[in-house]
Design a protein around this ligand. Structure first.
Ligand SMILES: [Zn+2]
Length: 53
């Protein structure tokens, strides 16, 4: 388990894999898995990805 770099909410690994991007369950910030042993996340780079609607 690690913490969201934005809001410090606990983020659990579950079955996430390296490079996976997922939203923080608490603040919604997009997080990217950059380490699995130990589990670590960083804010996902803002790309020109059309995910909003
Ligand atoms: Zn958060």
């Amino acid at each position: 388990m690690t913490q969201c770099p934005e809001c410090e909410a606990k983020v659990e690994r579950h079955d996430k894999v390296l490079g996976e991007v997922f939203p923080c369950p608490d603040c919604g910030t997009e997080l990217e898995v950059f380490g699995t042993t130990p589990f670590a996340v960083q804010p996902a780079p803002k790309e020109a990805e059309d995910w909003g609607e």
